[in-house]
Ligand binder design. Structure first.
Ligand code: NAI
Length: 276
């Protein structure tokens, strides 16, 4: 049950769930590249690993997942220094929140650009390299962080967010089928409420997509949201992901809170479905 000798690339790896995943993988022997657009998060994360005596097991990388050229440059650098990666965790995401009637193109571009576009960029950059490396190394694994919001309508106004997360689930299922013969496993992570900095969406929105946004108010309100005491610790979610990779689980679901709503949705689809 070890990731000894494995190289992991984790987007959004410097905070919250991504950092929890990094801790779980590094704790089992992996080397982790923490790719994140926030220098403050990277500094804190690297300090935390150093304090745990694991400073040599991680490397920070300042990267915006919407930056395709940046992704390619990072991959080339990693090819040169580490001969590629074994585990790709497409986890970076933003908590786009607001009524669809107020959403402008800037809001759609922000939410979809990071939450599904960032995953696409990770796949296009690394998948061909991982397929080649899996032949020599006997496999690999991709984790894509979706959300339970991709399966049911959660409370709040999460239209753009849910749209992006539903797409991450479908993409993960398609990848899993395609990459099975290559020995690369694929897992979709569907978290419920986990303690993190996801409420800081405002800070992660680039200036050109602040321009003309209809979500200034809802993002301001979100930024003041207080973490629930009963929300899961990111380390626990990270452990679930490590186990999911080892078992090549198609889904890792952290919470059962929306079970009934999930069932009701599938019942409604089946209800509308003619006999085979
Ligand atoms: P977080 O905000 O603590 O961590 C996300 C990290 O991604 C941050 O360090 C942020 O700087 C980084 N990031 C944001 N945009 C980026 C970009 N364009 N390029 C590179 N890095 C970027 O939030 P959390 O909650 O840990 O989020 C991780 C993933 O989990 C996201 O995809 C989120 O949608 C998903 N999720 C979180 C849930 C929760 O309750 N915390 C529930 C369901 C899904």
């Amino acid at each position: 049950d070890s990731f000894e000798g494995k190289i992991a690339f984790i987007t959004g790896g410097a905070s919250g769930i991504g950092l929890g995943i990094a801790k779980a993988l590094v704790g089992r022997g992996a080397f982790a590249i923490l790719a994140d657009m926030r220098q403050d998060h990277l500094d804190e994360a690297v300090a935390a690993f150093a304090a745990a005596g694991q400073g040599e097991r991680v490397e920070p990388l300042l990267l915006d997942v919407t930056d395709r050229a940046g992704f390619e440059a990072a991959a080339q650098d990693i090819d040169a220094r580490h001969c590629g990666i074994d585990i790709l965790v497409n986890n970076a995401g933003v908590g786009t929140e607001g009524p669809l009637r107020q959403a402008t193109y800037a809001d759609w571009d922000f939410g979809l650009g990071v939450n599904i576009g960032g995953v696409v960029n990770g796949i296009v950059t690394f998948m061909p390299r991982m397929i080649a490396r899996a032949k020599e190394r006997g496999g690999g694994h991709i984790v894509n962080t979706a959300s339970l919001a991709g399966t049911v309508q959660m409370p709040g106004t999460l239209g753009i967010y849910a749209t992006s997360k539903g797409a991450v689930i479908s993409l993960s299922e398609a990848l899993r089928n395609e990459l099975e013969p290559d020995g690369i496993g694929v897992t979709a992570l569907l978290p419920g409420f986990v303690k993190s900095n996801i409420h800081e969406a405002k800070l992660n929105r680039p200036a050109h997509l602040r321009e003309g946004s209809g979500y200034a108010e809802s993002e301001e309100a979100l930024s003041e949201r207080v973490l629930g005491d009963d929300w899961m610790e990111p380390e626990e979610a990270g452990e679930m992901v490590a186990k999911g990779i080892l078992e090549n689980a198609p889904f890792v679901v952290t919470h059962g809170i929306f079970r009934d709503a999930m069932q009701a949705k599938f019942d409604a689809v089946m209800e509308a479905t003619p006999p085979a």
